[in-house]
Ligand binder design. Structure first.
Ligand code: DHB
Length: 533
């Protein structure tokens, strides 16, 4: 790490004049600063060099957050060394993010025993398959700047950092011992899936330039080759409608009754996984739970806590559910989407229509794969199965079976108590709305909304198909068939919009999976190899 003189973090506002700070960190990669390490994967040694604490912005708002680790397979340091058909020159760069719950993202270190899967994590598998791994930490909604005063990680800081990491890699393409910067592949789960999708959808957009300049990001392209997203919690300004389109009529919710504090004490810390409230450190990790028998341990770090018992929705929440559900068809229809056969995907006022049929077909394909694998699905009343074939899906019964995690509205809470309200908060940590619907129903005088600029810049849907944006050509999107942290409609609309715009999209809803990610690493890297080779 270069000179670590105290940095001055600064409030970053799109509309405020950007003061030029002195660069504190060199953007030159130091290829000599590594340790040699080995981890075991299924009995095989995976040897690599680790370059840690690489600060990837010249003027970081938070040094710890704007640092990354780079891991390079040892084979590439031997003359003519290859792994999985890749060489030092051709090796793709895997760019995982560790974001969950819109909290600060930690660097995804290679690990042989990750909490969610119990096995090797994506970074270690990537190394074993010859990928260079660049694992940035990024700011999140509780990150306090190095000035100790300002919340510097609110929207869209996580994306600014992810972009800055891409730019750093490009800036150092001739200094990096290995890795092809035209083959950068992002990966994330949940809020991290949203981040991965944003990186893929907003390549080279000028809309983030002011913030990128403020942190001293390298002046390089920030488009990527492929984005992989598991259960992306995205399209936040329409996610409430989508949720009620799916879960209206299911009137009990399992989200923990005490949501995360919207008013974190200043200096709550940028420590992922815990909030300091008074003197107590309150873990934000998964709670005690269950849904269809799945253990809470499967949930990503910092996902909202599930409870084992349900709470009835109030009358006001039911009214909101009806109103939000009624708003969804106009949104879907405004997108003008088509399926692969060119048929329009739309919704009637009552929420039925070809888009609903499309969503049914995604669940049907998922169930069919389970049937084909020999699973007995006869107990599921939402499926009509004849002669081993899924013939129909009843979405209302599906919703009752899946259960509702979140009461209405699911994301933009009237009292601004959600993780997303906090993500859209001010630099002094006041949570804000991001939909007019919830702003106008907030009882507190003075409740405010995030700027349209920030709402827009947090939603990949607005960038796909825009001029002056380089969208990643390849996409892999997954959302488990029993995930109800957001509606399947959300990743489906993202996938369809990409597909209709001519991008290569592999979208599916894996059977038996809830809110989780990186659960099919062999398939994931087979897909990545398929587009890279
Ligand atoms: C995550 C999950 C949520 O349900 C949500 O609203 C935001 C983030 C997550 O797991 O990252």
């Amino acid at each position: 790490v270069s000179s670590a003189a105290a940095t001055t973090a600064k409030t970053v506002k799109a509309d405020a004049p950007i003061k030029v700070k002195q660069a504190k960190y060199s953007l030159k990669f130091n290829a000599k600063n590594y340790t040699k390490e080995t981890l075991k994967l299924e009995g095989q040694a995976v040897a690599f060099r680790a370059y840690r604490d690489v600060v990837y912005t010249a003027k970081p708002a938070s040094v710890a957050s704007e640092s990354m680790s780079i891991f390079i397979p040892e084979a590439y340091f031997q003359k003519g060394g290859t792994v999985n058909g890749y060489t030092a020159k051709t090796a793709p760069i895997f760019l995982p993010n560790g974001v969950g719950g819109y909290m600060p993202g930690e660097s995804k270190e290679p690990s042989a025993s990750e909490r969610m899967s119990g096995g090797a994590n994506a970074s270690l598998v990537a190394l074993s398959k010859g990928y260079v791994v660049a694992a940035p930490a990024v700011r999140g909604r509780t990150t306090v700047g190095d000035d100790g005063k300002t919340y510097v990680g609110k929207a869209p800081a996580f994306l600014v950092d992810y972009k800055a990491a891409v730019r750093y890699l490009r800036h150092n393409r001739h200094r990096l011992p290995a890795g092809n910067t035209d083959r950068i592949i992002s990966d994330g789960t949940s809020a991290g899936g949203a981040l991965s999708a944003l990186l893929g959808a907003t390549g080279n957009s000028k809309e983030y330039d002011a913030e990128l300049r403020a942190v001293g990001a390298a002046n390089e392209r920030d488009d990527i080759f492929a984005a992989m997203a598991y259960c992306p919690i995205t399209d936040l300004d329409h996610a409430d409608m989508a949720y009620e389109w799916m879960f209206n009529g299911v009137n009990e919710a399992y989200q923990h009754s005490a949501p995360m504090s919207p008013l974190l004490p200043l200096n709550a810390g940028s420590m992922p996984g815990a909030l300091k409230v008074g003197d107590a450190v309150v873990p934000l990790g998964p709670g005690p739970v269950v849904q269809g028998g799945s253990a809470a341990a499967d949930r990503p770090d910092n996902a909202p806590v599930e409870d084992s018992s349900a709470v009835e929705m109030t009358q006001a929440e039911r009214v909101a559910s009806d109103q939000l559900k009624a708003l969804f068809p106009a949104y879907v229809n405004s997108l003008g989407l088509k399926d692969r056969q060119g048929r329009a995907l739309t919704l009637d006022e009552d929420g039925t229509g070809s888009f609903a049929d499309y969503i049914k077909s995604v669940y049907a394909a998922s169930a069919q794969s389970a049937l084909d694998a020999g699973e007995d699905l006869s107990a599921l009343d939402w499926l009509t199965i004849e002669n081993g074939m899924v013939k129909d899906v009843d979405l209302a019964k599906y919703a009752a079976w899946a259960t509702r995690l979140k009461a209405a509205p699911a994301f933009d809470k009237f009292d601004r108590s959600s993780a997303e309200n906090d993500e859209f908060g001010t630099t002094d940590n006041t949570p804000r709305h991001f939909t007019g619907f919830s702003l106008t129903r907030d009882k507190e005088a003075g409740a405010t909304m995030a700027t349209w600029d920030d709402v827009r810049r947090m939603n990949p849907m607005y960038f796909i198909g825009q001029q002056d944006v380089t969208v990643a050509p390849h996409w892999r999107i997954r959302h488990g068939a029993k995930d109800r942290d957001t509606s399947l409609a959300v990743p489906a609309l993202l996938a369809l919009k990409l597909q209709d715009s001519g991008y290569d999209v592999d979208f599916a809803s894996p059977w038996g999976k809830g809110h989780a990610g990186d659960y099919d690493l062999d398939a994931l890297f087979d897909w990545a190899d398929g587009i890279c080779k």
